[in-house]
Design a protein around this ligand. Structure first.
Ligand SMILES: [Zn+2]
Length: 353
């Protein structure tokens, strides 16, 4: 009996060691690095994206991860020849004739003097809820998003959809996935780095998982196809007032004609999105609720309480994401006011001045 139990322990020890090694190996071998979809068309950019990939070492502390991120930002900026990020806005505008209207559909087809196209598609690692569903997005130069939703002019990446608040906040069951988004090739290595940093935090620490279900960067007007679904009922948070500090959110059931009503948007001519130099995180439209989350543009004081908002709805970015974006030199929502005393909470960009 004694011998058999020792043997059982030995076998168990071997199995556990093998399982641990498999886990350790997969952590290093999984391709959780940003990459360009059109690498052959933009070889210079694709190389820089690869060169600045973050490190996944065993047991990296939060401090080690910050240092790695900050070093890779410096490396990316050196390889790109970028100083202040707003320089990218001026450089991109310089590709256009003076007084010409600005459209991503035009800008993305142009080339940098080095040869790479301005518009590239970036694929980045993201956390998504277990049952999240992938929806293709389309974009075009249209005045109304409905024209994109009904006409589906040109595919431009995708978003992840999940319909209940329980799933949104079920961090323990998130799974790693990827998302694709169009962006300016001179911004792509930096945007990819920020997304990978957000992903990597969740890799090391479950509590720091932030689901990135929609990323909007370079575009004029976009939408999910209106044919992607019929009428749909989803959960959304709603608050007692439009601009106060109350966190007394309740869950509302909202019905929309199609998923295109939730996933659509358009950017003003002066927006950095038209140059591929801005990022919207988890942008969505839940009409019919009060300051419903995630709410990209809001006058509410509660929105400054980022950790509370993130706890209520994990799609709300916690404060550390904005800190990371500011380390990169991005303009963050806390540093400017969107028209009408609103703050555009899901938006970071290269600035305008
Ligand atoms: Zn934006």
């Amino acid at each position: 009996m004694r011998f058999r139990s020792a043997l059982t322990s030995l076998v168990l020890a071997i199995i556990l060691t093998a399982a641990w090694m498999a886990g350790a190996l997969s952590a290093e071998s999984l391709p959780f690095h940003p990459a360009l979809l059109d690498a052959a068309r933009a070889p210079r950019t694709a190389r820089i994206v690869r060169q600045v990939a973050l490190t996944y070492a065993p047991q990296m502390s939060e401090k080690d991860r910050e240092i790695d991120f900050i070093q890779k930002i410096a490396l990316a900026k050196r390889l790109l020849g970028v100083g202040r990020l707003v320089g990218l806005r001026h450089e991109t505008l310089n590709l256009l004739a003076p007084g010409q209207g600005v459209s991503w559909e035009d800008v993305r087809r142009r080339r940098w003097p080095g040869g790479d196209p301005v518009g590239v598609t970036l694929e980045v690692p993201v956390w998504v809820p277990a049952r999240a569903r992938r929806l293709k997005t389309y974009c075009g130069f249209e005045k109304k998003w409905q024209a994109v939703a009904l006409g589906t002019p040109r595919p431009s990446g995708y978003v992840w959809f999940v319909g209940t608040m329980r799933e949104v906040n079920d961090k323990a069951h998130y799974r790693p996935a990827t998302i694709q988004v169009e962006v300016n090739s001179k911004f792509a290595p930096l945007a990819g780095l920020l997304m990978e940093y957000i992903f990597r935090e969740g890799w090391y620490d479950n509590s720091r998982r932030v689901p990135l279900l929609s990323l909007r960067m370079g575009e004029d007007t976009y939408a999910v196809s209106a044919a992607a679904s019929g009428p749909i009922t989803v959960e959304c948070l709603t608050f007692p007032d439009r601009d106060g500090a109350s966190l007394a959110a309740t869950v509302a059931q909202c019905t929309y004609a199609s998923l295109a009503e939730i996933y659509h948007g358009g950017h003003a001519p002066q927006s950095n999105h038209r140059l591929g130099l801005a990022i919207d995180f988890n942008d969505s439209n839940y009409r019919g609720v009060v300051d419903g989350t995630p709410n990209p543009i809001s006058p509410a004081i509660r929105q400054y309480n980022r950790s509370a908002m993130h706890k209520l709805d994990a799609r709300q970015l916690p404060a550390w994401v904005f800190t990371a974006a500011s380390w990169m030199g991005c303009r963050i929502p806390q540093s400017w006011t969107y028209p009408g005393s609103n703050t555009d909470w899901e938006h970071v960009d290269v600035g305008t001045k």
